[in-house]
Structure formats: C-alpha cells, structure tokens
Design a protein around this ligand. Structure first.
Ligand code: ZN
Length: 456
C-alpha cells in the first residue's frame, strides 16, 4: 500500500520568531512540513500540500512546552477550603479528594487541561502524575489516550509515593504503594509507552512525588531504573521552607545534598520549582546540568517564594517554564505564565530580570532541554513542525507589535491563539480544538467532576 505523506504549507507568515540559535526572526516567509518535520522556511515556496494556511497577518512561534503539571488537579480547582493554605496543609486536605481518582477522572481532566494548554499555544505537555490509588486502573493509558485524541505531544510520568501518614509522610495509606509495586509498574510503563525516537509523541519519565512523600530507597532505585532504560527523572525539590526543614530534621542535610546523595543530579534530571537554593547549590545545578521547571503562578499562589531564575540563567542552569498542577494555578495557560514570569522577575530583580524574549525562549528551547529533546523547541529545517499562530490584527495587540520576540511576555496574550500545529497537524483552528467538540467535552467533564467532588 502506498504510504500517504502528510504535507503542510503555511503561506506568507508575517513574522516568524524561530527561537533558533541565532535568534532569527523571518518576515513574509512560508513554512513547509512533511510528516511532521519542517522541510523548508523561505519566501514563496510554492509546494503542493494537503493543508494550506494563509498566515499573511499572523505571528508564528515555536509551540510552548509545559515541563510540570498535575492534570488530575483540574477537578479540584478554586476550592474555598484550601484557598489560604500553604503547601503541606494544602496537600493534606486535597489528598482526601484525590484518593478517589480513577481512569475516567484522569482521562477527562487530561482532555480538558491539555485542551486548554493547546488553545494557548502549547504543543508538548509533561504531566507529573504521582497519585495511584489501589485499583484505579491504568492511569497512564488514560492520559496517553487523551493526548492522542487531542493530537498533543505528551510526556507522562510514572510517579510514586511510598510514605503515608503513618511513616511521617502527608498522603493517606490508600494512595501509597510499596517500592516493589512501584518499580514493577514503572518498568511496565516504560516498556509499554516510552518512545525515544525522533519526533516521538509519547515519552515516560520516572517521577517520585517529593523528598517528603517518598523513601530514600525509592529515590535511589528509581534513579537506577531510569538510567537502565535511558528515561528521565523528575520530582519536586526546594519548593518550600517546610521541605528544607523536613530533610534537615530527618537526614541532617539540605534538600539538594540529600537528592545528590541518592543519584538525583545530572543532565537527565529536572526539578519542579527549585525556589530555595543557595548560591553554592545553584552552582552545583549548573555544574551537573540539573534542570529546573519554573512555575511562577503556582509559587505565588502557594506563597512558596520566588525562584532565583535570573541567577540560574546567568550561571547556565537549564530552566524551562511550567503551569504546575491545575489546583495551584487554577488554570493551564502557558501564555499567562509567560507574562507572569516576566512581571514577577521585573518586580524582584529589576535590570537583572529576563526579557520578554528570554521568557519565551525559556518556554520553548529551555523547556525542550529539560525534556531531553532537541527535535522540538525551535522552528528550523529538520525540527518538528510544532508551532502556533496569532493574528496580529487583534484589537488587543494594536500598538504592541514593535518587537514580536518579546510581545507575549510584555504585552501578553489572553485569549486563545488562532492556530496550534503539532507534528505538522492543525490541532487548534480559529481558536477551537479540532478533534473534540468542546461543549460536549466540557459538559461530560463537569458532570464527572461534580460526582467526584461529591464523594468527599
Ligand atoms: Zn507540582
């Protein structure tokens, strides 16, 4: 049988911000992709294609890459009982809801959370899932199926917790597992779902929840297993002072030294948050190539602190951007995160703060590096065709387009983007998801969410 090549031509792009090594911004160019890979960027390419988009008034950017999320939290947002809490109390309260997770909740929260991300320019999503209640079913299968349905590139995690309240951890007994159970299922998930090839749509990382909900043995063995299979390692580190006090009290060392002693530094490791690192620790992250997923909105909402991103960028620590879980952000828009990131560091670091363009690079090339990928995160020939388009004629952008590289950070963009393309396929068209009926999905998800919250 003849294999049908899938060809995309985007014509007459007004400004294409490539985020490539030379920071190239093209004007009035076409972009042509075959089977998800960019084959040409240039004027008047005149190629036959299955899909042709006219982008005469469009700004074009590499797809945004989310490096930390908890999609299941989509169904526990804006709950008044946790609104004024900080992380430890917030988690203890919410675990009473999260212990009722099942494949249906995970599927629908993944569809709605990733749908929102895609409508705001995101083309790759990493999800840190670590709640695996007994008998809940194959949660990664549900997530990958949701990603496939939407057409987004997904990195899922086999997360884990083995310390419940009786062992000094925060979660209830029913959501923790033994180290043996966790490692066996981690192996199964990698063998079943992980695809390391160029242009991969599905990857798996191992991601124990945090130093205060897992044992040293689980951290050590997860690192060993991940390296056997060549998959990446992720967890929360240095999010709060409570965590620092916890490792100091129980292990006599600060969080980074504790993690390093268990094999948890290196260019295949990235941490969520990384707020409370001292100077020496920042240098250690740079030296080892250990990355940080920066989540400014979540850090503000949970009063966790301000990550030292200006210093990290100066020292060469790999930094990416992320929305964090829906319950500590109350949304899933990396566009919003770009502007909040820009403003937060302007407030606290003034002239040392990253520019609007720096935060865009953080959410594209920087995020790609955290996920261990060089096939995404920039628009150039030979890379994946992951991008989004914004109509520059919108009323909100009038007078703000002098520098298209920084406009998303400085002026910001609230509404959905016009088009999102993943792997050469249009997944958002005129601001709407292509493959699902949004009102029907929203109605189903709302009903499931109501039933789920009613159980607690
Ligand atoms: Zn998180």
């Amino acid at each position: 049988m003849e294999s049908a090549m899938q060809r995309l031509l985007i014509r007459s792009i007004s400004k294409l911000v490539s985020c490539d090594e030379r920071d190239t911004v093209y004007e009035n160019v076409d972009l042509y992709a075959e089977d998800g890979v960019i084959r040409a960027i240039g004027p008047k390419l005149d190629k036959p294609a299955d899909e042709v988009l006219d982008a005469a008034h469009m700004l074009c950017y590499p797809g945004l890459i989310n490096t930390h999320h908890h999609l299941y939290q989509q169904f526990s947002r804006n709950l008044p009982q946790v609104q004024n809490m900080e992380l430890f109390d917030w988690l203890k309260t919410l675990y009473e809801i999260w212990k009722n997770l099942d494949t249906d909740v995970v599927r629908l929260s993944s569809l709605t959370g990733m749908g929102e991300l895609m409508k705001h320019g995101c083309t790759t999503c990493f999800d840190h899932h670590y709640v695996f209640p007994q008998g809940a079913g194959d949660l990664l299968e549900a997530q990958f199926a949701a990603a496939e349905e939407l057409g987004i590139r997904m990195h899922a995690s086999r997360g884990s917790m083995d310390l419940s309240r009786k062992d000094g951890g925060l979660p209830p007994d029913s959501v923790v597992q033994t180290v043996d159970e966790i490692l066996a299922d981690s192996r199964r998930c990698i063998e079943t779902y992980h695809d390391p090839s160029f242009g991969s749509m599905r990857q798996v990382a191992l991601a124990p929840c945090s130093p205060f909900s897992v044992s040293a043995d689980l951290l050590r063995q997860s690192a060993f297993l991940a390296r056997q299979y060549g998959v990446r390692l992720h967890t929360h580190v240095a999010e709060t002072k409570d965590e620092e006090n916890y490792t100091l009290a129980r292990c006599g060392v600060r969080p980074l030294e504790y993690m390093a002693s268990l094999g948890w530094t290196g260019s295949d490791v990235w941490y969520a948050h990384g707020i409370h690192f001292n100077d020496e620790e920042l240098r250690e992250l740079a030296r080892t190539g250990t990355g940080v997923a920066h989540c400014p909105i979540s850090n503000m909402k949970l009063s966790s602190g301000v990550a030292r991103v200006p210093e990290m960028l100066r020292l060469g620590v790999p930094v990416g951007l992320a929305v964090d879980g829906s319950a500590s952000n109350d949304g899933s828009s990396l566009l919003e995160e770009l502007r909040v990131c820009y403003l937060l560091h302007r407030l606290t670091a003034s002239a040392q703060a990253p520019s609007g363009y720096d935060v865009l690079k953080m959410a594209t090339r920087g995020s790609a590096r955290l996920l261990g990928r060089d096939d995404i995160g920039q628009l150039s020939v030979g890379k994946c065709a992951d991008l989004f388009l914004v109509d520059s004629r919108r009323l909100e952008l009038v007078g703000g387009l002098y520098d298209p590289k920084s406009v998303l950070g400085t002026v910001g963009l609230r509404g959905p983007v016009d088009y999102t393309v993943v792997n050469g396929r249009v997944t958002v068209r005129e601001g709407r998801l292509v493959t699902v009926d949004e009102p029907i999905l929203a109605e189903k998800a709302r009903a499931r969410c109501d039933a789920y919250l009613a159980r607690t």
